[in-house]
Structures are given as C-alpha cells and as structure tokens.
Design a protein around this ligand. Structure first.
Ligand SMILES: [Zn+2]
Ligand SMILES: [Zn+2]
Length: 287
C-alpha cells in the first residue's frame, strides 16, 4: 500500500474503544501502514453501548454507536486519536435466506479535525441461530458454524434480554452441554446462536481486518489541494458504453472524489481504467 499518510501519523498514540480483542487485527495494520501506536483502555466496557444479544438496546446506527465509543475512550484516555468498530448482522440484501455482515471502523483525529470510516459488507459470516431440544442437537448446530474455534451463546429463548437467561462465550463441549441442560431441565427447548463478538468469531475478525484495510486506503488518499487524508469517492456515475453496441451500461463511467475539509473535488473518467464495458453487463446485448 502507498503509505502517503504515514508522515501525518507516525509515532502518534491512539486509543481503540474495544474490549473484544479487535486490536489484535486493527493495531498491527495501523502500526505498519501509518506508524500509529495503539492503546487499549483497561476499563472500557463497550457493552453499555449496545450488545448483539440486545440486553442493551443499540444506540443509533453503526456510525453513531462508533462515534459515542470513540468519544468516551478519548475522554478517558486523554488521547487525540480514537478508533472504534461496529458490526451488524442480518439477512443478505438480495439473497435474504443468506446472512450478511456489515463492518464499520471509525477513525477520529482531534488534532487534524478528521473523521474517516472504513467499511466492508459481505456474506462471509457464520451468523446463525437455532431452537434446540437437546444438547446433541445444539452440538450438531454448533459444529456447522465452526465451534469450538467460533463461540456460541445459549439462551432460554430467542427473545430473552435477561442476563440470567443468556450464557455467552461458550467454546467447549462440556460448557455447551451444561448450558443447554440449564434451560431444557425446565422447558422443552433452548436457543443457540453464534457469538458474534470479535474474539469469539474469527470470521468476523477477518471482516474487521478488511474494513481496517479499507480505512487505511482512504487515509492514504490525500486531497490534491490541501493534502488532508480521506479524499473519498462521493459519487459514481453509471453509463460506461458497451463494447459491442455502445449503449450505456450500469458500469461506472466516472467518479467524483471530494475532500471533507476544503471541499475540493476531482472527477475521474473511466475509474476502472476501461473505456468500454463488457457486453455481459449490457442490457441490450445481454438482457
Ligand atoms: Zn482538501
Ligand atoms: Zn451492448
């Protein structure tokens, strides 16, 4: 990667608002690409900002939640760079039977008055849940999502928000058996789901890494006018002509980058380097 932004950040300290070991993937990238040293707060309880198991309702959307975490972590640490990441899980926007993960990483630098986000969204997730009637059924489910490398959560039922009815971070068979039995002693079923917290979910950790790489590439895109990092694509115009018939396709014809600070804009025609689209993407040639 082109390390253009490194001179702005080299040797600076940043606080990362996490208690789920996300620093294990984020810190090495920010260190090698930007020279930033990462501190993890000892007392930071990110669960008060909302959890996947919904005991605490999530505050606002992903970006707002990340902003609140960063704000608190910066205040507590006295550092001027704060980082937080937020994930969300749900049905795939097109293939609704498949799960989908969106990961966002927020970078705030008070000294440079800068807020940048890295982002990834894909179907690479084991996000799943199941109602089970026995330990054996729970174990079968757990194996399909990658247990025990991936942790699971056992709950009394799908909707409970009572801390006493939710057992998290299960990564061994005996604890899984005990947890399921706790609930199936007094009722026919228990509810098992993937633990989506980063340290219990290596697949999610790999998406957090991709979001971090996206952040770094945005940071290394400097404004040609004022050299501020984060000269981001704000608009893409479709209409790249078909190679065969010349009709406009849905492929990008041009993109516009804008600086968040000085508002300088730059238009780039043929952002993918090609002046024509493959006929596969043409509604006339390939309806
Ligand atoms: Zn600028
Ligand atoms: Zn065509």
């Amino acid at each position: 990667m082109d390390k253009k932004a490194k001179k702005l950040f080299d040797g600076r300290e940043a606080v990362i608002a996490t208690m789920h070991k996300k620093e294990e993937v984020i810190a090495p990238i920010l260190k090698s690409e930007l020279g930033i040293n990462i501190t993890v707060p000892h007392e930071f309880n990110s669960d008060v900002f909302g959890t996947f198991t919904n005991e605490v309702e999530r505050m606002g959307d992903q970006l707002e939640a990340a902003r609140k975490k960063v704000e608190v972590a910066m205040l507590q640490s006295g550092l001027n760079i704060g980082i937080a990441s937020e994930g969300s899980f749900g049905p795939h926007p097109i293939f609704s039977f498949a799960p989908f993960n969106r990961e966002l990483i927020l970078f705030v630098d008070k000294d440079l008055d800068l807020e940048l986000t890295g982002y990834v969204a894909n179907g690479n997730t084991n996000y799943a849940q199941k109602e089970v009637g026995s330990f054996e059924e729970a174990y079968e489910f757990a194996k399909t999502i990658g247990f025990p490398e991936h942790g699971v959560i056992v709950k009394k039922n799908a909707t409970t928000t009572d801390q006493n009815e939710i057992i998290k971070g299960i990564t061994d068979v005996n604890r899984l058996r005990d947890s399921v039995t706790t609930f199936t002693q007094s009722q026919p079923t228990a509810f098992v789901e993937t633990d989506m917290r980063a340290m219990y979910n290596p697949i999610r950790m790999s998406n957090i890494k991709l979001a971090t790489l996206d952040l770094v590439s945005k940071m290394n895109s400097l404004c040609p006018n004022c050299q501020t990092p984060g000269f981001e694509v704000i608009e893409v115009k479709k209409g790249l002509p078909c190679h065969l018939c010349g009709f406009p396709t849905n492929m990008p014809l041009l993109q516009i980058n804008e600086c968040k600070k000085c508002k300088h804009q730059k238009e780039t025609k043929y952002p993918n380097g090609n002046k024509h689209a493959d006929p596969t993407y043409c509604n006339v040639c390939n309806p």
